[in-house]
Design a protein around this ligand. Structure first.
Ligand code: ACO
Length: 388
């Protein structure tokens, strides 16, 4: 068999057919099953988009009501699993909520009776998928609250997912502007092609393992800073620029300060978090949407971010005129989440609250194809010793 040489990172390889969505990097567009994702974020509710990922079509009003009711029931987690989440969250050590979630979800198959995908029919897989996704915000909220010595939060039956998420973390019901901002963020980040976490989930699903295993693998891939782990670092960068400019720095000065900061970072060989993308060769439509959301919410950080974005994009273009880089989804995500009262450590977990819906759709699609994903590698080590 002749092996095909793929580009590093497999960037030039298509490994599956999908109807879930597509990212058109050269055009700066992405869609969910034909619907432009940023249009959905501007006009839909999170649950309506979630239904699209479960059923491959948008719901009518009655179907949406039934789906919303179901999510509100499914987000109530078995007591034993809540207790486990709180034990893990309160264990002494350096807590990372996604790592804690990964640990809790490892136990979820046992607590909830989720069986290997290979052994389940389509309806069971779909039910398990909805339930697991609905449990994720509740469990993340509990590991976070336990880590900070805060009381458990009883999920409220009258809240939709974005409001439930803010309530699960802070214990407060957020205002409508903050809730809608988080909802738009969640909708815009449900799915984004064969990124590292989605691919990891699909590889695991292709073995016929259970759904929680596939989601745990995805979370592991996602927790890395080159993938989902950058929004807090992007906000740290804004803080560093603000600190460098000092308390007297005006928003108008921020561009110059950011230019100097960005050049120094590049000279030191560091990456500018919240910029660049593996697929987009033009602006990331998610950062365009989130700039709009951040600006609508207002505040000094949002104003500063607009100036910093412009300056950093200029510096990156100076450094590589052949390969300009733009703000990615993470750059304004941190600004929006901070403004909505989420603590920095919960930024990447917020991403996971929506992305788990996309991972699950991919896992279920992969489970319908009964081939294991099993590529090969080209051996480049020393020649093999002759067999004895
Ligand atoms: N700052 C500085 N240099 C960069 C940046 C950046 N933000 N992005 C890319 N580069 C450089 C790389 O160091 C590399 O240089 P080299 O060829 O000299 O080694 C080169 O540009 C590679 O560029 P690309 O091919 O455009 O990017 P790649 O596909 O390798 O990486 C990635 C994409 C990982 C997102 C990268 O742009 C990056 O590290 N950005 C910062 C981290 C970040 O914001 N992550 C969140 C991404 S969004 C998401 O996953 C949800």
């Amino acid at each position: 068999m002749t092996l095909i040489e793929a580009a590093p990172g497999l960037s030039d390889v298509s490994v599956a057919e999908t109807t879930i969505g597509d990212v058109r990097g050269d055009e700066g567009l992405y869609h969910y099953n034909r619907y432009p994702a940023t249009d959905l974020a501007r006009s839909s509710s999170f649950e309506r988009v979630w239904f699209l990922f479960v059923h491959g079509r948008l719901p009518d009003p009655a179907e949406l009501d039934t789906f919303v009711e179901r999510i509100r029931t499914d987000r109530v987690v078995p007591e034993d699993l809540v207790a486990l989440a709180r034990t893990i969250g309160s264990t002494p050590g350096d807590h990372r909520p996604l790592v804690d979630l990964r640990t809790v979800l490892s136990a979820a198959a046992q607590y909830t009776g989720m069986r290997p995908l290979w052994d389940c029919d389509e309806d069971t897989r779909r039910d398990d998928g909805i339930r697991l996704c609905a449990m994720v915000p509740t469990l993340l909220g509990e590991v976070h609250r336990a880590a900070h010595g805060l009381d458990p939060v009883v999920p409220r039956e009258d809240l939709d997912t974005p409001a439930h998420w803010l309530h699960a973390v802070t214990g407060e019901v957020a205002g409508p502007d903050e809730t809608r901002a988080i909802e738009q963020y969640l909708i815009s980040t449900v799915e984004h092609g064969f990124n590292a976490s989605t691919f990891a989930a699909r590889v695991i699903a292709s073995t016929g393992a259970d759904l929680p295993s596939a989601i745990c693998g995805a979370i592991g891939a996602f927790s890395g800073p080159l993938h989902g782990g950058a929004p807090d670092r992007a906000l740290d960068a804004l803080d560093a620029i603000a600190a460098r400019g000092g308390p007297a720095m005006t928003v108008a000065d921020a561009g110059d300060v950011a230019r100097r900061w960005a050049r120094d970072e590049l000279d030191a060989g560091r990456r500018l978090m919240g910029f660049g993308h593996a697929v987009y060769r033009t602006r990331d439509p998610r950062s365009e949407l989130l700039r709009e959301v951040a600006t609508r919410l207002g505040g000094r950080t949002a104003e500063l971010a607009v100036e910093v974005e412009r300056a950093v994009v200029e510096v990156l273009a100076e450094a590589r005129p052949d390969r300009p880089r733009y703000a990615n989804v993470e750059f304004y995500a941190g600004v929006v989440m901070d403004r909505c009262g989420l603590p920095r450590e919960m930024f990447t977990p917020t991403f996971a609250v929506s992305r788990v819906v996309g991972w699950t759709a991919n896992v279920l699609e992969q489970a319908r194809d009964r081939h294991i994903i099993r590529p090969r590698a080209t051996y480049v080590g020393p020649p093999m010793d002759p067999p004895v």
